[in-house]
Design a protein around this ligand. Structure first.
Ligand code: GAL
Ligand code: ZN
Length: 692
């Protein structure tokens, strides 16, 4: 299996800004010396270099970049080359104000900052294309350049007249007639009907914000317009003659763009991960960051890159916490465990001034090699070298938890059962966490992706259905799938118009019930779910629930658990329904974590869904990558105590933080019990069984 980057090594390195040091050749020399010491094999360059690459309009200066790429290459270090569109030079903003965004209150921004250009501006596109073409022509076939990094962290939105026009065109394309748009957005409400597309304005605090259909379509348009810009840059690179892979770096839990839609213009997904380690138990943070890795991997369902992470402390979080010894290694290898082919940092050398001068870096202001951070980075580099066999290996998951941008946008915008917080992401995370505790790999697809390969599909709070999702879920169950669905699902269509005739729309028969009402709970309120005697699932405990309690009327479904309190005591909380060849479980309330842990333990046992280990203590992550012939289990201990994991037969220890690097005789192969110190990572291997 070959990695898309063409490298048979895991990439190690990160953002590098030599343009800040051109007056200090001695520093640039030292950089290379330290990079080699730390097993750094890759840099990302040019991300914010437009001002140096084109200091005056039409006057290009690429020599410094060529020298850097060459010298790094001669030293075995590859370059991920960026297009510079994320930050524009001052001369451009002054001469062509249209490149500056207009905000939602309709005010044009001044020059400054970054990530703030208009995606529609013909001038911005022309200037971007010109420089991208030249970069591609000059460096696109250079053996030291391994891939393209388009712009940086796409995001933001522009409400300028150019963007308004594009929005109107996009709507006209979509709806064809204004009548169809009025229907879709339910504009009869409050007399908000439009007579023509030309009257439409993007949402604004000074104007329209109550038409949920408009808000939703605006979000979709922003994604389309950003995607269009991304594809435009990609085309410039291709027209310049380079066919190297293209990526764009995504952000943690970013809600401004539908990444599923964006990523079809990418050869591989990459993202920037900045967890607040040590703010709470490391395991809590690890679960959250593991889920983000899995969301990113599921976008293209193949290995991704960790494009940025911090080797030490960031300088933009509330508190700039240092990573305790071993934390960097554990966090870095967690990305690899979940499917990353890289560990890249922001940044390699700390800048001397401006807003990121105190952001952690591989080389700090002191500038010497004898620092704790450089030692930890070197250690990561060593481990990555030992793990190069993982490059390009895939992740197979039998369980999926739906995570859908459009549904979340609509749900969080709708004024519904709980404006003080619906806890969508937390609800997704409860199922995710419970499945991960069983040592199962988990995918997080959206409503556009296939579900056929999964034995278990969890659909938490799928408020909005699009693309005939209800039909697809029904087919999935009919074909023998196991579906777990929760409250507040199948409520509205793709325009955020409520379904008539009962919910969950299209699935009442399959679930054997109909949702009748939903109760929002105050923060201090709770209810409970208690099992019915002799329920078929063998649930035995009572659990608390909060925030949202749905009331359902069963029609064929078995009641497994019921509410204990309030006027709906005795109403179902958990139901089960056999439908054709499959099974539907329906969860009515926002249950506590322990409920999910127990539920999935029972379901996994029923379905014979197994990870590589029988017993996984709290705090340990077990993740599997595969090359088709061999499976690799990566065990990580994120708890603060040593942990023992009992693996199934046939797993052999092949790489371990202490044994391989520091001990000559490794007597521990063929073992089935793994002992892990806090923050330790061990890798095991097993020959895959022949498929029957
Ligand atoms: C990222 C950004 C980098 C750098 C980093 C600091 O969001 O892409 O350029 O600013 O944050 O943590
Ligand atoms: Zn604009």
């Amino acid at each position: 299996m070959n990695a898309i980057t063409g490298q048979k090594r895991l990439l190690h390195g990160g953002d590098y800004n030599p343009e800040q040091w051109l007056k200090h050749p001695e520093i640039l020399e030292k950089d290379i010396e330290y990079f080699k010491k730390a097993h750094i094999n890759t840099v990302s360059m040019g991300i914010f270099s437009w001002g140096v690459l084109e200091p005056e309009e039409g006057k290009y200066e690429f020599q410094w970049l060529e020298d850097r790429i060459n010298q790094l290459y001669e030293n075995g270090i590859s370059t991920i080359l960026a297009t510079p569109s994320a930050a524009r030079p001052k001369w451009m903003a002054d001469k062509y104000p249209e490149v500056l965004q207009i905000d939602e209150t309709r005010h044009r921004k001044l020059f400054g900052g970054r990530h703030n250009f208009c995606h529609s501006s013909p001038v911005y596109r022309e200037k971007t294309r010109a420089i991208d073409l030249m970069l591609s022509k000059k460096f696109g076939k250079h053996p030291g350049v391994i891939m393209w990094h388009i712009s940086n962290e796409f995001g933001g939105e522009c409400h300028c007249p150019l963007c308004q026009d594009k929005f109107r065109q996009w709507l006209e394309n979509k709806y064809k007639t204004i009548d169809a748009l009025n229907d879709a957005w339910c504009t009869t409400f409050w007399s908000h009907q439009y007579q023509s597309f030309s009257q439409i304005e993007s949402p604004s605090p000074r104007g329209e914000r109550q038409l949920h259909g408009l808000n939703l379509d605006w979000k979709r348009f922003v994604t389309e317009q950003t995607r269009d810009f991304l594809l435009f840059e990609r085309q410039a690179i291709r027209d310049g003659g380079s066919d190297k892979p293209v990526t764009a770096n995504f952000m943690y839990d970013y809600q401004g763009l539908d990444y599923h839609r964006l990523c079809d213009g990418l050869d591989l997904v990459s993202w920037d991960n900045y967890p607040t380690w040590h703010k709470r138990e490391e395991y809590e943070t690890a679960i959250d960051s593991g889920m983000q890795h899995d969301i990113m991997r599921t976008l293209l369902k193949k290995p991704f890159l960790l494009m940025e992470s911090c080797p030490s402390a960031t300088n933009w979080q509330g508190v700039s916490k240092l990573k305790k010894p071993g934390m960097l290694e554990a966090a870095s290898l967690q990305a690899v465990a979940h499917g990353s082919d890289s560990v890249l940092y922001f940044q390699l050398r700390q800048s001397q001034g401006a807003s990121e001068k105190f952001h952690g870096a591989v080389i700090d202001h002191y500038g010497g090699p004898d620092t704790r951070v450089l030692r930890e980075v070197t250690r990561v580099g060593e481990r990555l070298s030992n793990l190069s066999f993982l490059t390009g290996t895939e992740t197979e998951a039998k369980a999926a938890v739906l995570f859908d941008w459009h549904s979340r946008w609509a749900m969080e915008n709708a004024q519904g059962p709980r404006n003080d917080g619906l806890y969508y992401k937390e609800t997704v995370s409860k199922s995710y966490r419970a499945l991960r505790r069983l040592g199962l790999n988990v995918d997080l697809p959206d409503m556009t992706q296939s579900l056929d390969q999964y034995s278990l599909v969890v659909v938490p709070m799928a408020y909005l259905f699009r693309g005939q999702f209800e039909e697809r879920l029904k087919n999935y169950v009919e074909g023998g799938g196991c579906l777990v669905m929760t409250y507040w699902s199948g409520i509205v269509d793709e325009n955020d118009r409520c379904f008539l005739g009962g919910t969950p729309h299209g699935l009442m028969e399959a679930a054997g019930l109909r949702s009748t009402e939903i109760d929002g709970l105050y923060d201090w309120e709770e209810n409970h779910g208690r099992p019915l005697e002799k329920n078929s699932l063998g649930m035995t405990r009572t659990y608390s629930c909060r925030n949202l309690c749905e009331l359902v009327k069963t029609d064929g479904a078995e009641i497994i658990m019921e509410y204990t309190d309030d006027f709906y005591a005795g109403y179902p909380v958990l139901t089960s329904h056999l439908y054709k060849k499959g099974q539907v479980y329906y969860i009515c309330a926002d249950m506590e974590q322990a409920f999910y842990d127990d539920l999935y333990e029972k379901l996994a046992a029923l379905m014979d869904l197994k990870g590589p280990a029988e017993v996984i203590p709290e705090g340990v992550e077990v993740t599997v990558r595969t090359d088709g012939e061999k499976d690799y289990a990566i065990l990580q201990n994120f708890s603060r105590q040593p942990a023992k994991v009992k693996l199934d037969q046939g797993w052999t220890l092949i790489e371990n933080g202490t044994l391989i690097l520091e001990t000559e005789n490794n007597h521990r192969d063929q073992q089935e019990e793994a002992w892990l110190n806090p923050l330790e990572t061990q890798v095991f291997c097993k020959i895959k069984k022949e498929q029957a």
